[in-house]
Design a protein around this ligand. Structure first.
Ligand code: PLP
Length: 473
């Protein structure tokens, strides 16, 4: 076996420094020129792999080779999520302070599974989530000074799963799991159903509640489903309400749903993965009316609060059912701080043991922008979406599918599904924009989710112009 003799195995500090500068330069240039790139990738399946060598290199390569391949292979092979003309799905916001916070987190390389394994990782996380409570008008019952508090999950899907596990634990009938029933609207995110299945709740015990004309959960249907189930000997244990559905941005009536669910003894989880960021603006807080009746709440700063994936803020009013459900303490993790009960060990607030220091990027974002800038940022997106919605309303060939929600506009062609689908295909084929679609009230619908970090009204105006060109208007 050959080893590299006295050649250093690692980059020297000076090599690391200059490679680091080069990587940042690469990223800054990429973002500066991103609008010149097609929004979606042109590669065909297998193309990326065919440009990669079959085996890992036996000897190390100069860092510049790696950056060259970022240009040659990676950048052309990705969807440019940070492109300002990206209107698909929901945005995945990134921003300079978030990137740098995440870079430092990676460099520190800590695993914050326990308070004792990195006190600052835990305490900063608790603290910035308390900041979010103030900033977004989230009820005080979710503050860490009470029985609960916040934790950063990798995704809203994980937050929902944790809420389900806590709810299942709280009802404490392991032998009667086949009797537990969960309720979500038929517009709820697929992660609710997935989380319930993972938690051992069978399909037949997941009730998908019909929605009303606004695509919000229908209260009468929920009430009926719950009382039917109680009568038949089932136990309602979990109700999820959605504030800002993925398809259309519909908002469930949290207050009324929570009242029904509380009466039935069920856990109430509020999923505002995308819309929650908007509540940093006081004028948008109405969507969370009734949140003070909920047991848990989640929203994703990684969708619309300038903090790159992964950063989902999850709050519980009472941490006990959550930590009781998820705490398993092997001997090798025992330590005096945990045993004294003076600290939070976030491994008990999530499914995996290990965890990244994610609070750093959120802290960098909140401090670097300040609340004022973030509010302006959200408001500009909502204003641009409102402008776009007005154009659709006045349009001879297009119509709104539902009332726009915050910065999400759903619309369709007046000639029906084929024309709508064709419009989406033609727009995306230009590679100047990316829109995605959904089905609402059994109609094919185009979605424009305004929310890219660098998306402005001018971009949305250009989108409208592109649409009109294709409709020959
Ligand atoms: C995006 C979204 C989710 C899933 O978010 P992840 O963080 O990707 O798991 C859940 N619920 C709603 C309403 C969403 O919009």
């Amino acid at each position: 076996m050959n080893d590299s003799g006295d050649k250093p195995v690692h980059m020297t500090p000076e090599e690391f420094r200059s490679a680091g500068y080069a990587a940042i330069d690469w990223l800054v240039d990429y973002l500066k020129e991103i609008e010149e790139r097609p929004v979606t990738s042109e590669v065909v399946p297998g193309e990326v792999r065919s440009s990669l060598p079959e085996h890992a290199p036996e000897t190390g390569e100069p860092f510049q080779n790696l950056l060259d391949d970022m240009d040659r292979i990676i950048a052309p092979g990705i969807t440019q999520w940070q492109h300002p003309d990206f209107y698909g799905y929901f945005p995945a916001n990134s921003s300079p302070p978030a990137v740098l916070g995440d870079l430092l987190s990676t460099g520190l390389g800590v695993n914050g599974m326990l308070w004792a394994t990195s006190p600052a990782a835990t305490e900063l996380e608790t603290h910035v989530l308390d900041w979010l409570i103030d900033l977004c008008g989230i009820p005080k019952r979710f503050h860490s000074s009470g029985a609960g508090g916040g934790v950063i999950q990798d995704s809203a899907s994980s937050a929902t799963l944790c809420a389900i596990l806590a709810a299942r634990h709280r009802i404490n009938r392991p032998e009667e799991i086949m009797k537990l029933r969960a309720y979500v609207s038929n517009q709820a995110h697929s992660s609710a159903e997935k989380g319930l299945l993972v938690a051992g709740i069978h399909h037949q015990n997941i009730r998908l509640i019909e929605t009303d004309e606004n695509l919000s959960m229908c209260l009468e249907n929920l009430e009926k489903a719950i009382s039917e189930d109680i009568e038949a000997g089932y136990m309602p244990f979990f109700v999820m309400t959605t504030v800002g559905t993925t398809s259309s941005g519909a908002v469930d009536n949290v207050e009324e749903i929570a009242k029904l669910a509380t009466k039935a003894g069920a856990w109430i989880h509020v999923d505002a993965a995308w819309a929650g960021s908007a509540t940093i603006c006081p004028e948008f807080r109405g969507i969370l009316n009734g949140l003070d009746l909920a047991d848990s709440y989640a929203f994703n700063p990684h969708k619309w609060m300038l903090t790159n994936f992964d950063c989902s803020a999850f709050f519980v009013a009472d941490a006990k059912p959550l930590t009781e459900a998820l705490s398993i303490v092997p001997e090798y993790l025992r330590n005096s701080a945990s045993e004294a009960g003076e600290v939070i060990d976030y491994r008990d607030w999530q499914v995996p043991l290990g965890r990244r220091f994610r609070a750093l990027k959120l802290w960098f974002v909140l401090r670097s922008y300040g609340a004022e800038n973030i509010r302006t940022y959200i408001r500009r997106h909502v204003q641009a979406a409102n402008w776009f919605a007005e154009q659709i309303t006045d349009h001879p060939k297009l119509e709104l599918s539902v009332t726009p929600s915050l910065s999400l506009v759903c619309f369709q062609h007046v000639d029906g599904d084929t024309a709508s689908e064709q419009l989406l295909t033609t727009l995306n084929a230009t590679q100047k924009v990316l829109l995605t679609h959904t089905r609402l009230n059994n109609k094919y619908v185009l979605r424009v989710a305004v929310g890219g970090t660098y998306t402005t009204l001018e971009h949305v105006e250009a989108l409208m112009q592109l649409i009109n060109e294709h409709l020959e208007i």
